[in-house]
Design a protein around this ligand. Structure first.
Ligand SMILES: [Zn+2]
Length: 114
């Protein structure tokens, strides 16, 4: 494994660990209590729960992408476009460590999605 891959692996693992911690913190958000609290408290509690749930699902999406990137590192496919097989610019990988496509393929995929 060359240095840039080793660095990418460390970066991905660090971000994955940070997300794991955040997910655990989100899971500790107290649930809205139906007993005692007035309506406003209840509404705020529900809103917080909703926000926590939303950000938790975003975080687990991100964790999934990081795990995919990590498995690509160990398969020796990291930095290679999953679509066309071209190597992904290192600046792009530096900016988005879990990216799996080159700029051209990303743009093509985004156009196709719209
Ligand atoms: Zn490509």
């Amino acid at each position: 494994m060359d240095n840039s891959k080793r660095r990418a692996k460390l970066l991905l693992e660090a971000e994955l660990a940070a997300i794991g911690e955040r997910l655990q913190a989100e899971a500790r958000v107290p649930s809205a209590s139906l007993a005692g609290g007035d309506f406003l408290d209840l509404a705020q509690g529900l809103e917080q729960q909703e926000l926590a749930r939303l950000s938790a699902s975003r975080l687990s999406e991100r964790a999934k992408r990081l795990q995919i990137a990590l498995s690509r590192v160990s398969d020796g496919e990291y930095g290679i476009c999953a679509e066309c097989g071209a190597s992904i610019a290192s600046a792009r990988l530096g900016a988005i460590p879990d990216v799996t496509t080159c700029v051209a393929c990303q743009e093509r995929l985004e156009r196709a999605a719209h």
